[in-house]
Design a protein around this ligand. Structure first.
Ligand SMILES: [Zn+2]
Length: 398
């Protein structure tokens, strides 16, 4: 830990820059105590780790702080100094006794109280959610920042994200999603933006890197994001994903293969309208190729042109699939309004722009033309070519 008190209650915060000589002199005449449990702590001034305090005795405090890595201690120290430089009132290793939570840093900004958690180790999802909810219920805005060294960039525009990492997903006021992370070694923030998953783990994303000296808190809370989406690499990654997946389907997807087989569908002969990237698809853990196939089977396949599609039936089918765990909703505790229907609405909008359906009032759509199922690879390739030219134009006009 980086904070302690002297016998007379004076606070020593190693988040500020102290010279080693100053600390050696202080250590020779002072005793230090943990501000939380009151136990005696040692001031460690070795060369291996950054200067810190360590509990002598065991207990909850020791379990909490003494497992901290140097990376974590250094990261929270840099984040603290960064806030102080911006004249933002901040407390390092704050302890809220009422809720017994210890955010790495508590700060006040624009009249609001924030709890910053710089998370370097993986903690159980349930603990993440419990802490987040407790902050929210007690008037804090939780600001979870992931350690950058945990993010696996597979290719320039593809990232592998675990369910744990998705928990860090935040939105800007304009509704754009991003995951903030920080690296104390490179002294830079790494923002994972425009996340468009094509499988449970892998997603297309943009990466922005900001040296900590060049960014302020408002940029971290509202990053400016570009959106360069490459449709042809989306297409080729999806094809690769389908092949790998068909070879090694997980147990949870057995029912999917069973069902499409029963409906006379073939994963490799699905129409190009199925498996499209949409903004809110990250609300679902289920890959777009699956949930959009279910949407096709449940809603579109049995309908003829001019038939109506009601929001009520869409909702019913979605809930049934969710109940049967055929569609899995992601746990995103930082997003308050994360309704999985939003992904379906995005998809409906694309189908509307493609001229497949049209809106009829507030609660229904009308099918304009059927989605035709290719009968051979060649037919599919031809349909895909035509489709993607049209689709590209729609994307460019957005
Ligand atoms: Zn303690």
């Amino acid at each position: 830990m980086l904070t302690a008190q002297t016998k007379i209650g004076e606070k020593i915060c190693l988040g500020l820059d102290y010279k080693k000589d100053t600390l050696l002199a202080l250590r020779s005449k002072e005793e230090f105590f943990c501000p939380i449990c009151g136990e005696s702590v040692l001031l460690k001034l070795g060369d291996q780790r950054i200067f810190h305090f360590a509990h002598k005795q065991g207990g909850a405090c020791r379990d909490f702080y003494e497992s901290e890595s140097n990376y974590h201690m250094e990261g929270k120290r840099q984040l603290y100094q960064w806030l102080i430089r911006q004249k933002i009132p901040s407390v390092l290793e704050y302890y809220d006794r009422d809720i017994q939570q210890r955010p790495d840093i508590m700060f006040n900004y624009n009249g609001k109280k924030y709890a910053l958690e710089y998370q370097c180790s993986t903690i159980p999802e349930s603990i993440f959610i419990k802490r987040t909810n407790s902050y929210l219920q007690n008037g804090y805005i939780p600001l979870w920042i992931l350690s950058s060294n945990k993010i696996l960039i597979k290719k320039r525009n593809i990232v592998a994200l675990s369910n744990f990492q998705y928990l860090f997903l935040r939105t800007t006021t304009s509704g754009k999603f991003y995951i903030p992370s920080y690296c104390p070694e490179k002294q830079q923030f790494h923002m994972v933006e425009s996340i468009t998953p094509y499988s449970t783990k892998n997603a297309f994303a943009n990466h922005s890197f900001y040296p900590i000296k060049k960014i302020d808190l408002s940029d971290l809370l509202e990053p400016k994001m570009g959106n360069q989406f490459n449709l042809s690499s989306w297409n080729s990654e999806n094809e690769k994903f389908k092949i790998n997946w068909a070879l090694h389907p997980g147990n949870q997807h057995k029912s999917f293969f069973h069902e499409i087989y029963n409906k006379n569908l073939n994963l490799f002969l699905l129409p190009p309208e199925i498996g499209l990237p949409v903004h809110h698809s990250l609300l679902l853990q289920t890959p777009p190729i699956i949930w959009q196939t279910y949407f096709f089977i449940d809603i579109i396949a049995n309908k003829n042109p001019d038939d109506l599609i009601s929001l009520h039936e869409i909702n019913c089918h979605l809930n049934k699939r969710i109940k049967k765990k055929e569609i899995v909703v992601r746990n995103l505790s930082l997003l308050e309004k994360a309704n999985p229907l939003l992904a379906i609405f995005d998809y409906l909008l694309v189908l509307e722009q493609l001229g497949m359906i049209s809106r009829k009032g507030d609660t229904s759509y009308q099918l304009k033309r059927k989605i035709s199922i290719p009968k051979s690879n060649r037919e599919r390739e031809e349909a895909k070519q035509i489709f993607f030219q049209k689709y590209q134009r729609i994307l460019l006009n957005k």
